[in-house]
Design a binder for this molecule. Structure first.
Ligand code: CMP
Length: 154
């Protein structure tokens, strides 16, 4: 199924100048970036985004980290893209993420794990609405899509 996921390149990704390398992995896979912007996450946005973690002991440190430098937010589209991107990221903790995954290749941290991606269609809808207005999403069909998958692969 054609889906969209919210992907955040977190402050550690921006600070380490890994944005290009990581965006390349999504592009090389044939995923379609339909919105992208750099912004600074405010404490209020952090609490909304990480609502399920606000009461956890690690939340204050997570908020300090996610608001510490700019991030890049992207809406990424593709078949089964919510599961696919989570697979490409690897386990939450970079120390245990499998080699070959983004976190496995670039991160050794549980908190500074470079990239966030939505974990379900419900989270994707909620998170995309937190970061993008409808008119910021550039809905377009790439002309090379027929070179990436057969017409009946949906
Ligand atoms: P993310 O996929 O963005 O979702 C929640 C984030 O909280 C996670 O990536 C990590 O950056 C961070 N996180 C999750 N678990 C812990 C933990 N136990 N200690 C510190 N940070 C955590």
């Amino acid at each position: 199924m054609l889906e969209r996921s919210l992907v955040l390149l977190k402050p550690d990704c921006v600070e380490r100048r890994l944005m290009g390398s990581i965006i390349s992995r999504f592009e090389n896979k044939g995923l379609n970036i339909v919105a992208m912007k750099m912004l600074r996450v405010t404490p209020d946005l952090a609490k909304q985004h990480y609502a399920e973690h606000v009461e956890k002991p690690f939340y204050p440190s997570l908020e300090e980290f996610i608001t510490s430098a700019p991030i890049v937010a992207m809406a990424v589209e593709g078949l089964d893209v919510i599961r696919l991107i989570r697979d490409m990221l690897g386990a939450t903790n970079g120390l245990t993420a499998a080699p070959g995954t983004i976190r496995g290749d670039y991160s050794s941290s549980r908190q500074m794990n470079l990239v966030h991606a939505s974990d379900s269609p419900e989270s994707a809808k909620r998170e995309l609405e937190l970061y993008f207005t409808a008119d910021e999403i550039c809905d377009h069909e790439l002309r090379l899509t027929p070179s990436l998958r057969a017409a009946d692969e949906e």
